[in-house]
Design a binder for this molecule. Structure first.
Ligand code: PGA
Ligand code: ZN
Length: 432
């Protein structure tokens, strides 16, 4: 039986220049699986814990302790685990650190081993990662759906230094027939938007934020940003509402303080903010809103779901945690789950969270973090789960584009014999 013979982690940098982990898992047949873990900025308070060194080195953000935990404790534990059973792999990892949030050894340390082992197992079996995850780990047939990209073209909130409270302004190319056509659409709209913004606000508008979207220089209000995007969609030759719909991630915890949301120069309570979202839906082809309220405001999320027909995504509210996802489903606090593997810290738990959401009829959107690496695991995961939606920032900057490019590669590997949801991006793809 194939075994894990060596695990080696090292400290590398993420897209913001902060330390993170790269881990290599070597199998007895010489196969190597590599994974690099991402890191968020607008992190939910209930997320799994990234182990950081503290002190002055790298401003306290070093991960040498997490690296050491991989190279010692976890390397030893994994020596007796079957790498071809992701369930066994992750159960052993969780047993090694049963603390809340995986804070003892570090969720960043644990996740790096979980992902790298899956990659190694796929190579060992001579399978593509998406195929391995789909058929061997999730246990579904080899029928594939590529996702609609939710592409963040203007950055705000914690991801850019501008006056926009809303963190992400996204476009979804739903009029495309295939994934490559969809990607072309977002790239064309993105570049048209850049030229428009420079014409209107000057060359400072050319700069980008943490996820590669424009930095929003000159934009004062939420509506300004949405108007610019709709204008760019038209100017690029697409029809807003038919070819391209809009989405936002409010990441509202970041502008919530003492019961009020500070946005567009006003201080709003939850019901006024809800009214603002409903007004945006009436004015723009807005089809998806993420984290509209504070990360503990289950009741306000549920109010929104009651009032709207569009997609309401929970991110900081549910932090990809199966138990919290169950609560959100029970309280009808959303209708789609944002799935970030590093919020929960293992591949198996992330898949479980997605299954729970799907079983309740919720959509699932696989997601990057604002601090990323070149790792493309999430592209394969989105195809394996058949979520029909993936968010990976702007179609610019290598850390974002690598995910989109991996999907182009998957499309090519499948000879184009795969689905693309288009306008049905919100459909429940459970049975796909
Ligand atoms: P984060 O942002 O990675 O900084 O948390 C992404 C998101 O909120 O979806
Ligand atoms: Zn979010």
């Amino acid at each position: 039986m194939v075994k894990i013979t060596r695990i080696r982690a090292l400290e590398i940098l993420d897209s913001r220049g902060n330390p993170t982990l790269m881990t290599k898992v070597t199998l007895s047949d010489g196969v190597i699986g590599v994974a690099k873990v991402p890191s968020g900025a607008s992190t939910g308070i209930h997320e799994a814990v990234e182990l950081r060194d503290g002190g002055t080195r790298y401003g306290g953000k070093g991960v040498t302790h997490a690296v050491k935990n991989v190279n010692t404790v976890l390397a030893e534990v994994m020596g007796s685990v079957n790498p071809l059973s992701q369930k066994d792999v992750d159960e052993s990892l969780l047993k090694a650190d049963p603390s809340k949030g995986k804070g003892k050894l570090g969720a960043n340390a644990i996740l790096s081993v979980s992902m790298a082992t899956a990659v190694a197992a796929a190579v060992h079996l001579k399978m593509e990662l998406f195929e391995y995850l789909r058929t061997k780990v999730i246990g579904k047939n080899a029928k594939y759906l590529l996702p609609v990209p939710l592409s963040n073209v203007i950055n705000g909130g914690e991801h850019a230094g501008n006056e926009l409270a809303i963190q992400e302004f996204k476009i979804l190319p739903i009029g495309a027939k295939t994934y490559p056509e969809g990607l072309r659409c977002i790239s064309e709209v993105y570049h048209t938007l850049g030229k428009r913004m420079i014409k209107r606000y000057g060359r400072m508008a050319k700069h980008v934020g943490d996820e590669g979207g424009y930095c929003g220089y000159g934009l004062k209000h939420t509506k300004n940003a949405l108007e610019e995007i709709v204008g760019a969609v038209e100017e690029a030759g697409y029809s807003p509402g038919r070819d391209v719909v809009l989405g936002i991630d409010a990441a509202a915890s970041a502008f919530f303080k003492e019961g009020k949301y500070t946005i567009d120069g006003k201080k709003l309570d939850a019901s006024e903010l809800l009214e603002m979202y409903l007004d945006l839906e009436r004015t723009f082809p807005l089809q998806t809103v993420e984290d509209p309220f504070d990360e503990e405001a289950f009741g306000d999320f549920a109010e929104y779901v009651k009032e709207t027909k569009i997609q309401v995504i929970t991110d900081d509210l549910t932090v990809s945690n199966p138990e919290i996802v169950k609560r959100a489903i029970k309280e009808k606090a959303g209708n789609a789950l944002l799935l970030k593997v590093n919020q929960i810290g293992s591949v198996t738990e992330a898949i479980e969270a997605a299954k729970i959401a799907n079983d309740a009829g919720w959509g699932v959107v696989v997601s990057h973090r604002s601090g990323e690496t070149g790792d493309t695991f999430i592209s394969d995961l989105s195809v394996a789960l058949g979520t029909g939606q993936l968010k990976s920032g702007a179609p610019a900057r290598t850390d974002r584009v690598e995910k989109y490019n991996r999907l182009l590669e998957i499309y090519d590997l499948l000879d184009g014999k795969c689905g693309y949801p288009g306008s049905k991006f919100r459909t429940d793809w459970r049975n796909y």
